[in-house]
Design a binder for this molecule. Structure first.
Ligand SMILES: Nc1nc2c(ncn2[C@@H]2O[C@H](COP(=O)(O)OP(=O)(O)OP(=O)(O)O)[C@@H](O)[C@H]2O)c(=O)[nH]1
Ligand SMILES: [Mg+2]
Length: 258
């Protein structure tokens, strides 16, 4: 159990974070795992995130505009670079939500077990994620935070489980940012889901490529199904690119300039 002395107020800490609207949110970097933390105001999104990234509990409440964190962890023997976006829950700061969702690969949907409305808000948030991602299998974890506050609890474990079932068995964790209960587990879970999804996508791509090769016929040279011959030199590529540019005006709009 953490003593009060271990807890640090958010104002006393210097975060390695990008903070506020002027800075790129989830930046254009190629960080492998972009995880977005979503939920209503005050449910503990920042506390859970800071506990995961820095191992400290933030006792004070300072509504987030946006904070971004980086953390490297090893999962199943693989080094994973995580970029975590801690988003605003308070309505006046949520304008950028759509943008965050677009660039995120995995999502932590957080409610508080002490706030019934916070779970209701998640239903709309999840719909927004699925709509923007145009998919019904988005890497996601449902989190019921503040499970240490037994006396203030208004939502039971069963309430969380029921929502998880309604969402197609989305992994569900009750967490306590204060005591670091299930915090690492929830983040690791969503990263594993992203890994799985990426493995499936790359397998799909491989199969499509094989199918194209098969359709091109047995006599076709290897790589014939690809857009560009593998043997093309840099100079040849440049010449063909110039040709593409020169003739672009006469071609249909779907001309691709590599
Ligand atoms: N007891 C208890 N308090 C918590 C827990 N998590 C967060 N809190 C407290 O709840 C308050 C709000 O926490 P935040 O992490 O700032 O909430 P948030 O979801 O980031 O809020 P917004 O940024 O406004 O959306 C703070 O005072 C935290 O100390 C928890 O697991 N247990
Ligand atoms: Mg916050």
């Amino acid at each position: 159990m953490r003593s009060r002395k271990d807890r640090i107020s958010m104002h006393e800490m210097s975060f390695p974070v990008v903070r506020s609207g002027a800075t790129p949110l989830i930046s254009g970097t190629n960080s492998d795992y972009k995880v977005v933390v979503l939920g209503a105001g005050g449910v503990g999104k920042s506390s859970v995130t800071v506990q995961f990234v820095q191992g400290v509990y933030v006792e004070s409440y300072d509504p987030t505009i946006e904070d971004s964190y980086r953390k490297q962890i090893e999962i199943d023997g693989r080094q994973c670079d995580l970029e975590i976006l801690d988003t605003a829950g308070v309505a006046q700061f949520t304008a950028m939500r759509e943008l965050y969702i677009k660039s995120g690969k995995g999502f932590l949907l957080v409610y508080s077990v002490t706030d019934e409305n916070s779970l209701k808000e998640l239903l709309a948030l999840r719909d927004q994620v699925l709509r923007i991602k145009d998919s019904d299998s988005v890497p996601m974890v449902l989190i019921g935070n503040k499970c240490d506050l037994e006396e203030d609890r208004v939502l039971s474990i069963d309430d969380g489980l029921q929502v998880s079932q309604e969402w197609g068995m989305v992994p569900f964790y009750e967490t306590s940012a204060m005591y670091k209960t299930n915090v690492d587990e929830a983040f690791v879970d969503v990263v594993r889901q992203i890994m799985r999804k990426e493995a499936e996508l790359s397998e799909e791509k491989k199969q499509q490529k094989l199918q194209k090769q098969a359709e091109a016929g047995p006599d076709a040279p290897a790589g014939a199904a690809e857009a560009e011959p593998a043997s093309q030199t840099v100079a040849e590529k440049r010449r063909s690119r110039q040709r593409s540019v020169a003739t672009e005006g006469h071609k249909s709009k779907c001309c691709t300039i590599m």
